[in-house]
Design a protein around this ligand. Structure first.
Ligand code: NAP
Ligand code: GLV
Length: 324
């Protein structure tokens, strides 16, 4: 393939995607898989590039975009694009591409894993063996809450929210949802019920968040919302850390105002290992691995690479961000 332009890649990718980019572009890259490119390095490397291939840990803000006068395409290996100033990019005529859909089922699997593990206290129970706390069978030892037939409230009925519905139906859960717009056809087809957020929070045994991170959803779950939840309720967040006020969540958990939380995302990532939320036995924390299956990550890496190349060739990318 001909060279479609100069590109900076902010992370070492798995090979098919990396090879494809090497063959299609004049490629410069941060040759590390685990650690993000430092901002000062990124700023120095992008001054002449036409394309940036980034991940969700790279903040592609006005300063970065403005330092790259030839920039034409930003492609992120993620469905979330809250790390990119999309509005500013679009004002400069720069296309932004992302990877929706391909990671939907994998992320819903992880959200449901968090739901099941927190309700049945899987990690507490596992640790209890190593800590010598298992003295023998006891009526309420490590007793959790039922999932089968329980009430699930889904906040954000998009691709991943809908994938949660498919899983929850297998567990005969009573499903309600809150979203920006009502999905009346889905309500009929799937037997799910729309509820205002306040009502959903009051009634649900599990609340699972599936919204984008942005100024509208910032701290959507705060002290007031947590106070509405049942003391037996569990909050699952695989959306973005910014959707939940972590200080308010910590207080609610410490004061037993809710039962537990399963968190794949945090307000600041990577989360400080000393963060007080992590010390609570009823919090199951994961390092932002929602889409982390080998199959899905390979697909995401390739989709983002192909769309970057398409954009640089002047073709319409498969997945261009149209909302900011
Ligand atoms: P999506 O299909 O765009 O769904 C998002 C849903 O949220 C949409 O249904 C949308 O509303 C709703 N929504 C948006 N703003 C809202 C608001 N202010 N109030 C109420 N509802 C609102 O996105 P998706 O593919 O399901 O992904 C959702 C998010 O999950 C991503 O943006 C990303 O942040 C996160 N994510 C995390 C991981 C992980 O590794 N943990 C992996 C993948 C995705 P309407 O349809 O009702 O208009
Ligand atoms: C993961 O959080 C993503 O947005 O892809």
């Amino acid at each position: 393939m001909q060279n479609v332009g100069s590109v900076y890649l902010t992370r070492k990718l798995p090979d098919p995607a990396l090879q494809y980019l090497k063959e299609s572009c004049a490629l410069k890259l941060w040759n590390e898989e685990q650690t993000p490119v430092p901002r000062d390095v990124l700023l120095k490397q992008i001054d002449q590039v036409e394309g940036i291939y980034c991940t969700l840990s790279d903040k592609i803000d006005r300063e970065i975009i403005s330092s790259s006068p030839n920039l034409r395409v930003i492609s992120t290996m993620s469905v979330g694009y809250d790390h990119i100033d999309v509005q500013f990019a679009r004002e400069q005529g720069i296309k932004v591409t992302y990877t929706p859909g391909v990671l939907t089922e994998t992320t819903a699997d992880l959200a449901f894993t968090l739901l099941m593990s927190t309700s049945r206290r899987i990690f507490e129970a596992n640790r209890s063996i190593y800590e010598g706390k298992w003295k023998g069978w006891a009526p309420l030892f490590m007793a959790g809450r039922d999932i089968y037939g329980a009430k699930l409230g889904i906040v954000g009925m998009g691709r991943i929210g809908q994938a949660m519905v498919r899983r929850a139906k297998g567990f005969n859960m009573k499903i309600s949802y809150y979203s920006r717009s009502r999905k009346k056809e889905m309500e009929q087809q799937e037997g799910i019920t729309y509820k205002p957020l306040e009502v959903l929070l009051q009634e649900s045994d599990f609340i699972s968040l599936h919204l984008p991170g942005n100024s509208d959803t910032y701290h959507l779950i705060d002290t007031k919302e947590l106070a509405l939840m049942k003391p037996t309720a569990i909050l699952i967040n695989t959306a973005r850390g910014s959707v939940v006020n972590e200080k308010a969540l910590l207080a609610a958990l410490q004061e037993d105002r809710i039962r537990g939380a399963g968190l794949d995302v945090f307000e600041r990532e990577p989360v400080d290992p000393k963060h007080p939320l992590l010390a609570l036995p009823n919090v199951l924390a994961l390092p932002h691995i929602g889409s982390a299956s080998v199959e899905t990550r390979f697909k995401m890496a390739m989709i983002a690479a192909e769309d970057l190349v398409k954009g640089l060739q002047g073709e319409t990318p498969q997945y261009e961000v149209t909302e900011s």
